[in-house]
Design a protein around this ligand. Sequence first.
Ligand code: MGD
Ligand code: MGD
Ligand code: SF4
Ligand code: MO
Length: 903
Amino acid sequence: MRHDAPLSSSSPVRTTCPYCGVGCGVLAMPDGKGGAAVAGDPAHPANLGRLCSKGSALGETLGLGSRVLHPLKRNAAGGYDRVSWELALDAVAGGFSSIIARHGPEAVAFYLSGQLLTEDYYVANKLMKGFIGSPHVDTNSRLCMSSTVAGHRRVFGSDTVPGSYEDLDCADLIVLVGSNTAWCHPVLFRRMQQNRSERGAKLVVIDPRVTATAEDADLVLPLKPGSDAALFAGLLVDLAERGLVDATYLANHTTGFDETLANARAIAPDLATVALRTGLGMPDIAAFYALWASTPAVVTAWSQGVNQSAQGTDKVAAILHCHLATGRIGRPGGGPFSLTGQPNAMGGREVGGLANMLAAHMGYSPAEIDRVRRFWNAPNMARQEGLKAVAMLDAVAEQRIRALWVMATNPAVSLPRADHVLSALKGLDLFIVSENVLSNDTLRGEPDFILPAAAWSEKDGTVTNSERRISRQRAFLPLPGEVKPDWWIICEVARRLGFGQAFSYPDASEIYAEHATLSAFENEGSRDFDIGAHSMLDRRAYDALNPVQWPVPAGRPLGTPRLFGDGGFFTQDRRASLKPLAMPALASAVSDEFPLLLNTGRIRDQWHTMTRTGLSPKLGAHISEPSVYLNPADAGRYGLVEGGFARIENGHGAVVLKVALDPGVQEGALFAPIHWSAQTASHARIGAAVQPFCDPYSGQPEMKATPSRILPVAYAARGFVLSRDPVALPSESWWAAVAVDGGQGRLFATNASADELMAHSRAIFGEDGLVEMVDREAGIYRCAATRDGKLVAALFLGPADRAPLWDTVKLAFADPDFAPENRLALLAGRRLDGAADAGPIVCACFGVGLNAIRAAFASGGTVSAEDIGRQLRAGTNCGSCLPEIRRIGASTRHGNSAGEAAA
Ligand SMILES: Nc1nc2c(c(=O)[nH]1)N[C@H]1C(S)=C(S)[C@@H](COP(=O)(O)OP(=O)(O)OC[C@H]3O[C@@H](n4cnc5c(=O)[nH]c(N)nc54)[C@H](O)[C@@H]3O)O[C@H]1N2
Ligand SMILES: Nc1nc2c(c(=O)[nH]1)N[C@H]1C(S)=C(S)[C@@H](COP(=O)(O)OP(=O)(O)OC[C@H]3O[C@@H](n4cnc5c(=O)[nH]c(N)nc54)[C@H](O)[C@@H]3O)O[C@H]1N2
Ligand code: SF4
Ligand SMILES: [Mo]
């Protein structure tokens, strides 16, 4: 818990969720003890009061246990010493200066993040590109949105998302491409579902994997990985053949249609060819085309299945073409819509955080460089585009870049070829990390300094969500320890580099006002990003700022701005430019050696590398272990069983994951989550096994299709340990850490015997207060450790095929009043309240387990997910679990009728 005095807790503070790009408004009510209660903000237009499971659990992530609270300096022994800010900042600035003096400005780089606030991002970008004079500023958004940025810029001339969330409420057809919206943008998915139930909108889901999002879609198109552009080129051809092309719109507002249509005809001349390229059935393709053609109010929304591709820019362009050709853009309920991932991916794009952008949506033309130079009064302008993330880390490995400052991202986990990245980081002359937590895996790259950055709940600034809406994040807890906002840290280094005058901001509001002023500087309607109306905001107005969608040029009337309905693109000739596409293909093909395509992505209740969501017991209960999901037919082919283990390997690296059978995964494919790092699991850092091949325009790596092979791994025994403090397991064990109430949990698998675990347990827990149960022949060992009459640890080990009683023992461990005389009952695996085992948690908000939901469905009276909500409350808060509840209902009914038929 926090030690500092809390901020005033009289009324809730309005802030914005720090997770996904939906950008939900949050009301935070500090509890006066360092924590806070959170609720959705009914007044925020993104969520109108709703939050998903992750947003709802924010209160469980505010503890200080894993935080960096002081500047830390690496010592000769490889450990870290606490040092003063003065010392750390002087050393960082001195280190940068001497490397620049010896090797030039291009030897230094920043690697930033869509989780920084706009103000942090703005000063980092200004320092590097205007004052140090290196263009090497890139961000984890390279791995996330950069194909969309490149696609927008190539076709629209600017990185503009034309639509608004309101379009999702009034569309008649919503097409989701490469987006598991139900899990990754849950509040938007709820809005879509509401539209469907109230207005009858149709939903089409295009994803090689049948996900929770596809659960009750009107049409599901499980296409071959990488074949989206063929599907949309075919749609363009189909629209042209139906005579649905909007000739007036095309003539007035676009160029390049004829070449683009000819190119589409070469890629997708007819349904049979589309079927061949996409692996879809002709009737399904025809149904999709007919639906799209006959529904003018159509939103096509996409995320990483489109972006994280070696042809991501073309995939984006292929979607934009269909909307432009029909004039279905910038209209209520109609348009292309990129769903951004991170809370401030858009803000980073606005300030110029990407290596190929300069600032405020300006690029590197001589006129733009000169304009930004004059505005900043900058002494050392970068002259050309900098290195994009994957290339930047290659330059680090080759020591062309010698100093790197990483802020708010975890590249040792999230970049492709993560082992290579980690070893490259170790070779830097100067490596700085600004972080919230010590559990960031990149700290294994041996930074010279770890700088303690303010976290969500402590920092002030702005973020921009997927619909271009700028919202304030507001502090509601005090800065703990010596923690400082990122912008402050950057400005202090800038001052020490001799640029004090240009970086002397008293607070974030002045940075925002400068950013707003730059957006309007010599703009005159030539650039989409214009928030000139905010250039005079003072501190009070900034603090009171309500969520607002850009553009907000000085003097603009309020309302929902939709762009491009009447053209007005941000190209020289004000026309959108349709672009022929490359023939769709993956970066690497499967082979006899690596016959399976490894797809990677997200699960419902974890955020990225789990540095925050990993602290929440509620969120850890849904999916507690890292698994590889594969088709049952492939499992049979490769000798794998549900609940067993498998090694996935390729030329880049390897992981070992639990095996989960999933008929929604195509044969020939594997799906693995991205969340586990070396901090949270022994063998599950998937980035190590991801290829680094990038899109030629965006530089975004193809992280969803790495040719790989899979082989079974056998462990003799499985078990778990629960303890108040972290404990080690026998080396060579496989484990995954799970947040639990009252301490730490680890699920594990091992080849160690019952005797070896007994010796291990005695060594770590001590024999005093230890009760044990052992059955050597059956391979069972269980123990419970008590201290001063309290349960402090429990370790259970059993043969690999025996259920380990995790859920039952976890409950006892969480109970502060657990009576030590019940230890033996606990070792016997009995639940002390006599209730049935809840099973794995489905509804994170109300802790409702699978067994209870199954029982309710099986009892007969329950027919729908809504009935489950009335009976058990499951699914009635954030709704993230509704698709899963429906699936359980379907399978329970299926199971029942099968049972009846058999009887
Ligand atoms: N729970 C949760 N939510 C999150 C995040 C999180 O970590 N956890 N992170 C946020 C961030 S930063 C982002 S970027 C978003 C990402 O949100 P999403 O893009 O929805 O998430 P992913 O799981 O990465 O990938 C989406 C889907 O792309 C599919 N796919 C793979 N290859 C192809 C292909 O060739 N074509 C098509 N059409 N589909 C393909 C995958 O099977 C997967 O289901 O989520 C945001 N929201
Ligand atoms: N294989 C594969 N790899 C992927 C993806 C995939 O789908 N497949 N997805 C990619 C995508 S879309 C994304 S967005 C990335 C995400 O990957 P990362 O950005 O590497 O993951 P995070 O866990 O979000 O890391 C953010 C870090 O910043 C810290 N932090 C949070 N807020 C602040 C702050 O205000 N200041 C500072 N200084 N630190 C802060 C957190 O504690 C955490 O350690 O992963 C990418 N990598
Ligand atoms: S949908 Fe969930 S994770 Fe995304 S912003 Fe809203 S509450 Fe946060
Ligand atoms: Mo992302």
